[in-house]
Design a protein around this ligand. Structure first.
Ligand code: FAD
Ligand code: NAG
Ligand code: NAG
Ligand code: NAG
Ligand code: NAG
Ligand code: NAG
Ligand code: NAG
Length: 596
């Protein structure tokens, strides 16, 4: 605020020479202004990419009579498919969560439709050279540039108005390197089994390709999630408590950097970028065209459905769930990983004849890897079960049911994330270390209470833990949030809100700030998992990257001095801000109107 009066005089002076000229670097070029390239100029880009430049319309536009592709039958199909992840994956511009297209073209004839929330042009890239052409064009013409792989992003980083989008979905080749991989440049032989996948490859395709050799990568829970968005955020997994984050398993990447160079990064060359890309966030340092990952033998999986519940009427219900939360580090150290939910006053997930109508408790699906003795589950759970019965007698219940799967893929086929797309919502996340879960359960209980009340539940995932704490990524370290290295659980909560209701959205945002503050207070050394988080996180540098932020911002400045890449929340995003119509302007220049 104070800096405003300081910079204004300089601004006025520096603006004078460019006034009235076609290019204005205060803001990125925007459709409909003089700074936007002509159709001929875009045509030249199309020639460079062998005709792969597209001007797609929003898929919801088939529902709107005033739109050129209006089609009632198609509209019914699109509306039905709107909740299906793969529908948005296949579309060049659509993304999973409506809030990030600003609801500008829903498949619903009753609400307005325009292309305002969507990119203007898209390159359907199948080669690094197509990506390079797009990066060069955006840099030379001052165009806002984005990267879309699947559009899964919970923070909206793969869509932006008035932008050129590089769609990497069809960069999806998969190639094996049995038993060893040779690094580009140094020629160093890394004696591990590896796989190189295109920058747009999807989880399930990589799982099935590696499973054909009885191997797997450390990967996520969604079938259609793309590898590059996942890995640049760190990449948690049920296999991570054993093998480290997905980012810890990367050997090499190929990337198109902001100056247009197509380079290969590994521990021996371009090692700063190699460090930054593994946790520093997507679409920040360039466009990844391929990633080489170590594979692991596919483990057999002992899959455990479990629930520890009590009547929601029980006076001790909150003590009960707090106690169970405090046992999560023990479960993690005992080899369990997986997904849990804590809920208050919800219908029971298991049928208890004569039991309470609604319960409070924790339940979910956990796994043990390469454990063949079904009794192992019971012996790990026994001390918890005994404590429950000692403290709360027969008013509390604990259930478990174990199923053996021969391979990771066999288990995944039954347990992949079956969520749905569409709708509006935000997600909040916090990483908890052992201390915050086990040492001060009174504070934990006080924090849990308002979160459960406000957000209906809380998901403490066992997807980090020992393997992540002890991982030694190639080159010694990477940019993943240091809080992931000291934490046991990644917990998240979600909240939906109705569209076209700025008041409801503002309330949710405020309520997220409050909830995250409550969780921060009990996890002072914790942080947030970048890929499943609230985009407007306060103290975001610290929350997403901790002490790695400084080095990340130095690398960002060095590789992208002119901010060819920008997204929120991404490294150095505070140098720019979006105006109310979605145009991107430098934050330090308050008189952006002069630009038009
Ligand atoms: C159903 C589901 C399950 C999930 N499960 C897990 C899980 O188990 N573990 C986990 O850690 N996360 C999980 N996530 C979160 C996931 O990691 C993020 O949603 C991630 O952003 C998805 O990446 P994407 O490339 O598919 O998506 P996109 O939305 O296409 O991209 C995400 C970000 O990465 C950038 N990006 C994409 N490709 C490239 C590229 N080639 N080069 C440079 N930047 C690129 C985009 O610009 C954007 O900034 C899950 C998400 C969903 C929806
Ligand atoms: C790019 O060229 C192809 C092939 O000539 C054409 O079909 C396509 O419409 C062009 N794209 C744009 C945006 O003009
Ligand atoms: C994008 O390119 C791929 C590969 O050439 C092609 O199969 C696909 O149809 C293209 N998508 C669109 C929407 O043009
Ligand atoms: C994978 O494992 C199965 C079952 O153990 C075995 O029959 C098969 O030969 C293995 N395949 C490879 C490629 O090792
Ligand atoms: C039981 O849970 C459901 C869903 O959360 C809720 O709507 C209902 O009001 C609850 N019942 C009671 C008796 O609280
Ligand atoms: C917990 O103990 C009770 C009572 O002994 C028993 O019925 C139940 O099966 C146990 N639960 C688990 C998950 O071991
Ligand atoms: C989003 O849409 C609303 C109208 O629904 C509009 O007021 C607002 O300016 C839009 N935001 C952006 C960034 O375009």
């Amino acid at each position: 605020m104070g800096a405003k009066s300081l910079i204004t005089p300089i601004l006025v002076l520096s603006l004078l020479p460019s006034f009235g000229q076609t290019s204005c670097t205060r803001c990125k070029a925007y459709p409909g202004t003089t700074s936007w390239p002509t159709v001929e100029t875009w045509g030249q880009l199309n020639d460079t990419v062998a005709g792969r430049l597209m001007r797609p319309v929003p898929p919801g536009s088939v529902c709107h009579a005033e739109q050129p592709f209006y089609d009632e039958e198609q509209c019914i199909k699109v509306a039905q498919q709107w909740s299906v992840y793969e529908f948005h994956v296949q579309d060049p511009i659509s993304v999973m969560w409506d809030v990030y297209s600003n609801n500008t073209c829903l498949p619903d004839p009753r609400v307005p439709c325009s292309g305002d929330g969507y990119p203007s042009y898209v390159i359907n890239a199948t080669r690094p050279e197509h990506v390079k052409a797009g990066v060069d064009f955006a840099r030379e013409n001052n165009i806002r540039l984005i990267v879309k792989s699947t559009g899964h992003d919970f923070l909206g980083r793969s869509i932006a108005p008035g932008s050129l989008s590089i769609w990497v979905h069809h960069l999806n080749k998969i190639e094996h390197h049995p038993n060893k991989f040779v690094l580009a440049g140094s020629g160093k032989i890394i004696p591990v089994d590896a796989v190189t996948v295109g920058g747009g490859a999807q989880m399930y395709d990589i799982y099935t390709a590696t499973a054909s050799r009885n191997r797997t990568i450390v990967g996520g829970g969604g079938k259609s999630v793309g590898i590059s968005g996942y890995i640049t955020g760190g990449g948690h997994s049920v296999l991570a408590p054993r093998y480290g984050l997905a980012a810890d398993n990367v050997l090499q990447m190929e990337i198109v950097i902001p100056n247009g160079d197509i380079i290969t990064v590994n521990e021996d060359q371009n090692s700063d970028l190699f460090w930054a890309l593994r946790g520093g966030g997507g679409s920040t340092f360039g466009v990844i065209t391929s990633i080489t990952l170590q594979t692991h033998p596919s483990p057999s999986i002992l899959s455990v459905s479990w629930a520890a519940i009590t009547s929601s009427e029980a006076s001790f219900a909150l003590d009960f769930v707090t106690y169970l939360m405090s046992q999560l580090p023990y479960l993690s150290d005992s080899g369990f990983s997986g997904y849990n939910r804590v809920s208050k006053n919800t219908p029971s997930p298991v049928n208890i004849p004569g039991g309470p109508e609604n319960i409070t408790g924790i339940y979910g699906n956990l796994i043990l890897q390469d454990v063949h003795d079904v009794n192992a589950v019971e012996s790990i759970l026994r001390p918890i079960n005994e404590t429950i019965h000692q403290r709360w007698g027969l008013a509390a219940f604990m259930f478990q049911q174990a199923t053996q799967y021969d391979s990771f893929l066999d288990w995944f086929e039954d347990h992949y994330d079956r969520g749905s797309a569409g709708g509006q919502g935000y997600m909040g996340s916090r990483l908890f270390d052992k201390h915050s879960l086990t040492d001060d359960t009174a504070s934990l209980k006080n924090a849990l209470s308002p979160i459960l009340d406000k957000h209906g539940g809380f998901n403490p995932f066992l997807v980090i833990g020992k393997g992540v704490q002890e991982a030694i990524p190639r080159g010694g370290s990477n940019a993943a949030n240091p809080a992931l290295r000291t934490s046991y659980i990644h917990s998240l909560f979600v909240q939906a809100f109705p569209p076209f209701n700025p008041t409801a959205e503002a309330e949710i945002i405020e309520s997220f700030h409050e909830s995250l503050q409550i969780l921060k207070d009990i996890t002072p050394s914790g942080g947030t998992y970048l890929n499943e988080a609230f985009p407007y996180e306060r103290e975001w540098q610290q929350a997403f990257w901790g002490r790695n932020y400084k080095r990340l911002s130095q690398i960002k400045r060095a590789v992208d001095p002119d901010d060819v890449f920008w997204c929120l929340p991404c490294i150095a995003y505070d140098r720019w801000e979006e105006t109310s119509n979605g145009r991107l302007c430098r934050a330090e220049h308050k008189v952006r109107e002069i630009c038009d």
